[in-house]
Design a protein around this ligand. Sequence first.
Ligand code: SF4
Length: 371
Amino acid sequence: MAVPLRQVASVGWYALRQHLARRRRYPLVLMLEPLFRCNLACAGCGKIDYPDEILNRRLSLAECLEAVDECPAPVVSIAGGEPLLHREMPQIAAAITARRRFVYLCTNALLLEKRLGDYRPGPYFTWSVHLDGDRGMHDRSVCRAGVYDRAVAAIAAAKGAGFRVNINCTLFDDAEPERVGRFLEQTAALGIDGITISPGYAYERAPDQAHFLKRQRVRDLFRAVLGRAGARRWPIAQSALYLDFLAGNQDYRCSPWGNPTRTVFGWQRPCYLLGEGYAPSFRALMEETDWDAYGTGRYEKCADCMVHSGYEATAVADSIRRPWAAARAALAGPRTHGPMAPDIPLDRQRPAEHVHDRLVAAAVARPAERR
Ligand code: SF4
């Protein structure tokens, strides 16, 4: 099963309780970024463009657990940067799983085989290995030859040691449906447990700005990929309605509060993808963010976003509101032909504000614990 039954039940029950309590905004996945430092410099990444002063900062074990205790999301995705560069990562992962939160430890896998012995397999722990396509696609995406082969070897080692292993795959403008489909078939054959697949977000700081997908291209691409024979057998670990959205059949607005993000700067506004400011606490993030100022059609930087971290929470909330639609999408798969849902018009979005340099300067001016 792409998502273990225990997790489906736990997350489903949590989301249902929020729905019954009529909570409009609630977190589903805490995105924990304990460091921005990475051992790769991918062309499509907007996370590592910081001065050394920031790249050397770490969230401590205590700060990570404080974030987990503040935010009730049942799932914690630990990203970065490269989390395996953090010396306290084994303790951080163990302490979070001990709280019965489902941990997805996202890694480019360069250090995975070396560090595997520091972790214990269990129902609350999954490796999420970055793999943006076949050997050629992935090595081009991460700007280094040989990374695909090391990631595949690490996946085999982790599976051999009894771990759950997912891959997370980001697609860019040069993705060819045929090739993506073949890659997903081969990846499923590796015996991995789940696949998370999403179009890339056009990070303004990413070195390569030319290859981010536009929304209509995303919808066409996902129709072509998900419409392939055998696609239903791929262990895709995302909700059926999110896939239906990617295939152009749902008119969703994003739910950035569904994936609140804690970084070395604080709680990031408004979302994992877009850093427009920072709140001092989870409560302040949820209560004081002007959520209506963000989202496709509202803000220029959101124009092409269809990323799971923004829209999966919308799909989950919709699955609870319309279980029959979720059941239909799960049973029949996403519709890959016929008319698409109208897309969001962009003629009233507010222009982008350029705040990055100011935020970095403010963060550098603040003292921080370093590890
Ligand atoms: S559309 Fe939503 S999830 Fe995407 S970048 Fe904008 S606020 Fe974040």
